[in-house]
Design a protein around this ligand. Sequence first.
Ligand SMILES: Cc1cc2nc3c(=O)[nH]c(=O)nc-3n(C[C@H](O)[C@H](O)[C@H](O)COP(=O)(O)OP(=O)(O)OC[C@H]3O[C@@H](n4cnc5c(N)ncnc54)[C@H](O)[C@@H]3O)c2cc1C
Length: 473
Amino acid sequence: MAIQLTGMAGGKVDLPPEGFQAFRGAFSGALLVPGDEGYEDTRRIWNGMIDRRPGLIARCAGTADVAQAVRLARRHGLLVSVRGGGHNIAGLAVCEGGLMIDLSTMRGVWVDPGARLARAQAGCTLGDLDRETQAHGLATVLGFVSATGIAGLTVGGGFGYLTRRHGWTCDNVVSMEVVTADGEIRQVSAGSHADLFWALRGGGGNFGIVTSFEYRLFPVGPEILGGALAWRGEDARQVLEAYRAVSAAAPRELTCVAALRTAPPAPWLPKEQHGKPVALIFVCHTGSIEEGEALLAPLRRTGSPIADTVTRRPYTQMQSLLDATQPKGRRYYWKSHYLPGISPELIEIGVAHLGRMVSPHSAFFLFHLAGALNELPADHSPAGNRDAAYVLNIASAWERPEDDAGNIRWARDCFEASRPCSTGGAYVNFLTEEEGADRIEAAYGRSTLDQLAAIKRAYDPDDLFRHTKRISV
Ligand SMILES: Cc1cc2nc3c(=O)[nH]c(=O)nc-3n(C[C@H](O)[C@H](O)[C@H](O)COP(=O)(O)OP(=O)(O)OC[C@H]3O[C@@H](n4cnc5c(N)ncnc54)[C@H](O)[C@@H]3O)c2cc1C
């Protein structure tokens, strides 16, 4: 079979039948072309706004398949994208017409409880890794929604309920296995290819394809104190003020996430509040249950909460509490800032934009980060942003294409209004499709970008891995 694919320069490239047959013979996973069973579901990712069609999807069964796919792309100059969990808001996982190297069936996890280390294949979701590590009462720093991929999250930085204690996810990577643009399989760590190891801890997918990550683990749970508190939208100002006070004084075992949104029809929220504005605070306390209860008392005394689900629960349950609010296939558009703190101005902006939300699925999120990440040197990893105390995620979500403009405008307006409250930094994993060079520079800073560009020239001089938040060679 002859296949025509998009090349790196944008033109069409013919894969000769004998070349494709040789590749097929050496590849052990599935190869999908448009029309094949599984093709549509694989090209469709979390963000329903992304509608691109790769010419060929290589569903890799293991590292050897990834190396074969990279060699094919290099030999024929193909446009390549890499899919981990398919959750990147900008849709980086899916290229138009080119070769999608799909790792999402590579989901093995091996835990060494004695050494407090876990090795996870790059197609794992956060839920896959948490499940296996929690079987030993251990965990590493991962994000808030369990279907997210570990790969994209880790190579872009990564934060979650354990960030205050242990830093970015990428700060806790000990080693990786990587297929570089020359098709070689390399073991990288602080002692081997230290430059590549550094770049892949926050610099995104620009330097190679990670096939597995080795993470440092910490004792967590397996039961923690966690859940959500809810108030009516009218109380949003008072709730955000309490959020600021409680989070700023909290020990690192306590992480609070605030969300202003429309109440979903969830059974834990009173029926009469469904469809009306609410202020929510999600809490996760990984220290003693008693200390957690005492720390939360001021929040519970704030105004008149309409719901309180905070209780002793499994950490893995906490890690999937937000899942239902983030289904695959909805239309999503985000804007974000790192914040040095929660200012009175930011609280006013949140309250005002709660009143102007266009869609019942959208939210104004504040995630608390301050702690361990601020203590490492600025250049410890490219994830950097070690002055960040919170991240603001202005998350628009809606169903119908005809509602795109209004929902995108809401997020952009809120982003512009909150710009003066920002550190000036940006989280590369939250950048949308149209956010380019200036926002990539905001994510890294000039001097880190220059270092990343030098490493890119050394490992990927032809820019094979360009379907990324791009570091120019
Ligand atoms: C609902 C939701 C919740 C989120 N919550 C959090 C959160 O709590 N904390 C947080 O930090 N982030 C969070 N994010 C952002 C998340 O970190 C990014 O979306 C990330 O890109 C997801 O990784 P993925 O593997 O699913 O992405 P994919 O879309 O599969 O991949 C994105 C890009 O990452 C790179 N990449 C993927 N796999 C590899 C690999 N194996 N080797 C090298 N590069 C690779 C490639 O450039 C790829 O195109 C969330 C995103 C969503 C949609």
